[in-house]
Design a protein around this ligand. Structure first.
Ligand code: XMP
Length: 510
């Protein structure tokens, strides 16, 4: 695909994927590559601009990541952010100094005339997170922004189209930060904005149509966003040559299994095989209390069921995988194919008789995958689905999994989800669900004593599930949820709310 491309060179900072996502949100395709990528490869990639990200090092440190200075001579516009700007100064003969105290948080900044600060308010707020700073800009450069402690918070050589900024425009806390990125993309690099999800769908469908013509294609549908969107995209191109296998292990939330059949088979007309193995999974999980053992059993059973279904179909040409760009980046160099390590698809390639893997979403970030799903006509309930663990409700029931507990959990969880949505919190909360604990407490219902497991509610905010905060759900919402659960759900007599962040807790309870 001949899109205009920005190359983001990764120096190991925490916001690196965010920079790439912001570039794409602004309608320009970009890739995130390691900082030591060979200059020959960069030239061949032919980007319209290069962004150096932040990173944890000091430029003078032993082993600090440096660049081939020739990158700055390619005539391609460069924007250095944080460590990236210090690197520009260091590489071109400026000076970087070490401050006694770290400058961190929202900081007042003063912008001067610059193409990248065009239309910005002169006195503004930016987000800083640094200890080193540029104390002397290289010759030929002019200073374009300063803060109280940072004399060269912005500097540039517009003739060479090289720009440095000490702060983070990609973070929401930098007021008008997106304008800076847009100015770099459109004013400096001359982008036209040809990266849109409707273009992506049109291109992919036409490419896939060519590639999959007359071929047999197989996809494991989990109900998750990635596999759903990948399958729908492939279906547009391959039609009935695509078979989707959905393993209903009985561990999905209320209404989800039915929805998979309704959306993909009934509405979209896909060739969907549903393997109803709910009893088999319950049987295998009988008496099992240890979380890792549950995970292992579920993973292995899933593979066995899928293998049996795939055997019925026979040899296929392509196996569809819902790999997305963060999986590719995290796998290392972004060049080789990765199979998601997600337990319930990870083992598939070894048991299915196929010739090649097709990964139509491997260039997309999660928010782009959702947009593609919407573009393809998938409902919000599928596209906006919150992350859900492969082992499903089995790891939200402490101790043994039984049908009775699954029923209670599904009903309680459904009420929680419904009330969160009604309160308009479903976008800002990352994950929210109910858990059945293994602690039994006494309650009173009418005149009778009850003795039931405590139900816990968990809701967290997060950006990547690596860390999370407990969500500050308003008391009134919690009250409604609690009242409804004890009134409407069998075996519910006590509800608690989990107020622990990750770390030290994890998001799931098992
Ligand atoms: P934790 O509980 O480790 O979860 O904080 C982080 C994220 O991963 C999800 N999760 C899983 N996903 N298989 C999965 O596919 C699993 O075994 C699993 N365990 C946790 C969890 O829902 C959260 O989004």
């Amino acid at each position: 695909m001949a899109h205009e491309k920005i190359l983001v060179l990764d120096f190991g900072g925490q916001y690196n994927q965010l920079i790439a996502r912001r570039v794409r949100e602004n309608g320009v395709y970009c890739d995130l590559w390691p900082y030591d990528t060979d200059i020959k490869k960069i030239r061949e990639y032919n980007p319209i601009g290069i962004i150096f990200t932040g990173g944890p090092n000091s430029v003078y440190e032993d082993g600090a990541p440096h660049i081939d200075p020739k990158i700055l001579e390619l005539g391609i516009p460069v924007l250095g952010i944080c460590y990236g700007c210090q690197l520009i100064a260091y590489t071109l003969g400026g000076k970087v100094a070490h401050a006694d105290i770290r400058e961190y948080g929202r900081i007042e900044i003063e912008y001067r005339e610059s193409q990248i600060f065009k239309t910005l308010k002169e006195h503004n707020i930016c987000w800083m997170s640094h200890t080193d700073y540029v104390s002397e800009v290289p010759s030929g450069f002019q200073i374009t922004a300063k803060t109280k402690t940072c004399p060269a918070a912005g500097f540039e050589d517009p003739k060479r189209k090289i720009y440095g900024i000490q702060f983070h425009p990609e973070v929401h806390h930098t007021a008008e930060g997106n304008k800076i990125l847009r100015n770099f993309l459109y004013e400096v690099c001359g982008a036209s904005g040809d990266w849109t999800m409707s273009n992506f769908v049109a291109e992919q469908v036409s490419l896939l149509r060519e590639k999959l013509k007359g071929k047999k294609v197989l996809c494991a549908m989990s109900g998750g966003v990635d596999s759903a969107v990948a399958a729908t995209l492939v279906h547009r191109a391959a039609g009935n040559n695509l078979t989707c296998v959905f393993v209903d292990h009985g561990l999905l939330r209320k209404g989800e299994a039915e929805e998979v059949v309704e959306v993909f088979r009934n509405k979209l007309g896909m060739n969907l095989i549903k393997a109803d193995v709910r009893d088999r999974f319950l049987e295998k999980l009988k008496g099992v209390c240890e979380p890792e053992k549950k995970r292992k059993i579920i993973g292995e059973e899933f593979i066995k069921v899928f293998e049996a279904e795939a055997k019925k179909i026979g040899s296929v040409d392509y196996l569809v995988q819902g790999t997305i760009y963060p999986d590719v980046i995290e796998s290392g160099k972004g060049a080789s194919a990765v199979i998601k390590s997600h337990h319930n698809v990870g083992g598939l390639p070894s048991v299915v008789d196929f010739k090649e893997i097709v990964e139509p979403l491997r260039d997309l970030f999660k928010d782009e995958v959702r947009k593609v799903g919407t573009e393809l006509g998938l409902p919000d309930s599928v596209v906006q689905r919150q992350p859900f663990p492969g082992p499903g409700l089995a790891i939200r029931i402490m101790g043994e999994v039984t049908e009775e507990k699954l029923q209670t959990l599904r009903d309680a969880d459904y009420i929680f989800r419904e009330e969160i949505a009604k309160a308009g919190l479903n976008q800002e909360v990352w994950q929210y669900f109910a858990v059945i604990t293994s602690t039994y407490t006494v309650g009173v219902m009418g005149d009778a004593r009850t003795y039931e497991p405590v139900i816990a509610l968990r809701a967290v905010t997060s950006v990547d599930a690596m860390t999370a905060d407990w969500a500050h759900i308003p008391y009134e919402v919690l009250e409604r949820v609690s009242n409804r659960i004890v009134n409407e759900v069998a075996h519910a007599n006590r509800i608690v709310y989990d107020i622990t962040s990750k770390p030290p807790a994890t998001i799931e309870w098992e």
